[in-house]
Design a protein around this ligand. Structure first.
Ligand code: TIU
Length: 220
């Protein structure tokens, strides 16, 4: 066991049992013209975490630990997109509509791809998910069980939406959860800070948070 200096107290990282989950680092959320912008957001904030996220991914690869990527996206026929979700965003730039990076949030379109700097390596698991959480309607739980994973490190976007939803469910499913605080971002600075505070409050009620460097030190 390695101790990672974390909030609200040190995290006992078990290098043999840990996996990294990188949530939705897709062009549709990080680049202009995608789903994030269609919701009215300034997407430039999210680009800033790409270098730290890359260092975290490379650290897990170097340690031989699993790196799992998720993509929020839907089938081309939208059969997995509830009408209530389809109604989000500016009219004409909603899920399934044509945008500058192809059909918005649709599997196989350029916008649904992970940004080139963080592209999955051969053999890394990529989970396409129709919801905000990565467990809903995916095989993630079975994959983690097959790998013998009991601890999850989280990175990606956005902190208070897909990252927090996934982390909360992971916590309920019995995983020990650690958020890489400089490898996650929100369109709203206040929401990122509040989400981290909520996660670590009450004695790590949902999980822990730590900087990438501290997590990488614990992996060695
Ligand atoms: N809108 C927003 O903040 N997030 C999403 O819609 N999806 C993810 O967080 N990936």
């Amino acid at each position: 066991m390695a101790n990672v200096s974390a909030s609200p107290f040190p995290f006992d990282l078990s290098p043999a049992r840990v996996a990294l989950i990188v949530i939705d680092m897709q062009r549709d959320f990080l680049e202009p013209g995608g789903f994030g912008e269609s919701l009215g957001n300034d997407v430039s904030r999210l680009q800033a975490i790409v270098p730290a996220t890359r260092r975290l991914i490379e650290g897990f690869r170097a340690a031989g630990r699993p790196v799992i990527h998720t993509r929020e996206c839907h089938r081309p026929d939208l059969s997995d997109c509830p009408p209530a979700k389809r109604l989000r965003g500016a009219p004409g730039l909603r899920i399934g509509d044509d945008g500058p990076m192809g059909r918005i949030l649709i599997a196989g379109e350029p916008g649904a791809e992970i940004v080139p700097e963080l592209f999955p390596a051969d053999g890394e698991l990529v989970i396409d998910k129709p919801g905000k959480g990565a467990f809903y309607a995916t095989g993630l739980s079975e994959h983690l069980e097959a790998l013998g994973i009991t601890q999850l490190v989280f990175a990606g976007v956005t902190t208070e939406v897909c990252v927090q939803t996934t982390m909360r469910e992971a916590n309920d499913r019995g995983f020990e959860c650690l958020l890489a605080e400089d490898a996650t971002e929100s369109y709203f600075d206040a929401f990122k800070r509040a989400a981290i505070e909520m996660i670590v409050a009450q004695g790590a009620i949902v999980g822990w948070a730590a900087p990438v460097d501290a997590i990488l030190a614990g992996l060695e």
